[in-house]
Write a protein that binds this ligand. Structure first.
Ligand code: SAM
Ligand code: SF4
Ligand code: F3S
Length: 444
């Protein structure tokens, strides 16, 4: 095999794993192909959080195998962990299956395929080697860094603890060394990753996320530090204090609520109440009033009544999230909620979702409108997808901003942009201050 192409589904963790996979494949002498149909190896890095993406992946395997029978398909990610050997039975083109706990062994799998084998590498090996030097990062402005793998929460709807295994935190010194390396490479924004990132505990010192964040935020040259995903029940006052006292900690927080009903939260096994969540939001906003909050919501969890759903709609009014990611409940193998009764019909789920999205869009539009006339600092990500004469970037609160090119500003620069127009999902503005090019520092 000489060339590869990677397709990625799912969350940030999968996107980061794809960077790890690309680094490993390049190290083993493979070169990137421009499209799947031209590649000797197509890696599908998959997600199984809901049924729909799993179905899409299964049909993608069929399509790729038919399009080019000589292509080897490698299935990685959460579907690989969930389905394991059955994927090899689906198509002769599937050459290997690698779960998220074994991603670093992809080079070994490629070698085995060239010797006629079809390896299945799943499970979680605490000794698995993690070498961040081999990660291939496409972005020069943003870098993702894993802080904690896996999840111990076992929310009753969620497959992640089964596909990503138990929580394993990386040593603080190792995380810090990786962040310093990124900063000295010119990366301006670091995103710390974990499914329950605020459950982080350094295996050497016992340091928690607040202590880690404080150290990362103090690395020279870093403009912004963000972290995702926080579980509401692990969000303590120390973390709020770090958020408030370090201006380079992002003014954006993803804090999944899942439901506004206490009864549903209990059956989801989220281990917090609606009031505890609202109190937490109150404390965060008191410490950092400008913070932009986003959330995840599941609609149509088994037994969700109209009254439960109204509780969720009411919570939207109380919190006024900048962005809401909402999903219809999807029963997942092994999870207790898949067996709960009554299951809610698809028609009811879609009607509730539509109502929820409608209101969320109105709220985010209102919040965005309040920014018209204000100037904000924007980190330039690249040309706008709609118009190459415009830049696209993000403000300190994660809001997407589009604006016309002005002078000699470049990707990775910070510019001051005055907001002129606002929609539900993005802002349009004009540069009013010259570009600031932050110096790259040596943290070595
Ligand atoms: N760790 C995060 C947390 O604690 O909220 C979430 C991780 S999960 C990968 C991302 C989102 O997918 C969840 O917040 C939830 O809203 C949604 N999700 C998970 N399982 C689901 C299911 N069975 N049906 C529908 N949505 C689901
Ligand atoms: Fe899934 Fe819950 Fe873990 Fe999030 S905290 S990954 S929703 S089990
Ligand atoms: Fe999907 Fe696995 Fe992430 S199930 S959301 S890719 S942890």
């Amino acid at each position: 095999m000489k060339t590869f192409f990677i397709e990625t589904w799912g969350c940030q963790m999968n996107r980061h794993d794809s960077e790890l996979i690309e680094g490993q494949l390049r190290r083993h002498g493979l070169a990137p192909a421009g499209a799947a149909r031209d590649a000797d190896l197509v890696v599908l890095n998959t997600c199984s959080v809901r049924e729909k993406p799993v179905q899409k992946i299964i049909s993608r395997i069929g399509y790729l195998a038919k399009q080019n029978p000589l292509t080897t398909i490698g299935v990685c990610g959460c579907v690989a962990e969930q389905e394991a050997g059955s994927l090899l039975e689906r198509s002769r083109s599937v050459g290997f299956v690698i779960g998220p706990g074994q991603t670093t062994r992809i080079g070994e799998a490629v070698r085995a395929v060239s010797q006629g084998e079809r390896p299945i590498l799943t499970g979680f090996d605490a000794e698995a080697e993690y070498n961040y030097h081999t990660i291939f990062r496409k972005s020069t402005t943003r870098g993702m860094v894993t802080v904690i793998e896996g999840c111990n929460e076992f929310c009753t709807f969620c497959i992640v603890p089964y596909t990503r295994g138990r929580e394993v935190s990386r040593p603080l010194d190792q995380v810090l060394a990786e962040v310093r390396l990124l900063a000295s490479d010119g990366v301006k924004e670091v995103e710390l990753l974990g499914q329950t990132i605020n459950a982080y505990r350094c295996p050497d010192s016992g340091a928690d996320l607040a202590q880690l964040l404080e150290k990362v935020a103090s690395v020279d040259g870093l403009l912004r530090v963000r972290f995702i995903t926080s579980h509401p029940r692990h969000f303590d006052q120390d973390l709020i204090d770090v958020l408030a006292s370090h201006r380079n900690v992002f003014r954006y927080l993803h804090l999944p609520i899942q439901s506004g009903s206490d009864e549903i939260l209990k059956r989801m096994h989220r281990k917090y109440t609606r009031q505890e969540y609202l109190d937490l939001v109150g404390r965060i906003r008191k410490a950092a009033p400008e913070i932009n909050l986003s959330t995840d919501i599941i609609v149509g969890f088994p037994g969700e009544t109209e009254a439960d759903f109204e509780d969720t709609m009411e919570l939207l009014e109380e919190v006024r999230f900048g962005q809401v990611f909402a999903f219809g409940f999807s029963p997942r193998p092994k999870t207790p909620a898949a067996r709960y009764r009554p299951q809610i019909s698809d028609a009811v789920k879609s009607a509730r979702l539509q109502r929820l999205f409608g209101r969320c869009d109105e709220i985010s539009r209102e919040l965005n409108h309040a920014l018209v006339g204000r100037s904000i600092q924007v980190l330039i990500d690249g040309p706008s997808r709609r118009d190459p004469e415009h830049w696209q970037g993000r403000g300190e609160d994660n809001r997407v901003v589009n604006f016309p090119r002005c002078g000699r500003e470049e990707i990775g620069d910070v510019v001051e942009v005055e907001i002129r127009r606002a929609g539900a999902h993005s802002l349009v503005g004009m540069i009013v201050g010259g570009a600031v090019r932050l110096p790259t520092v040596s943290n070595g």
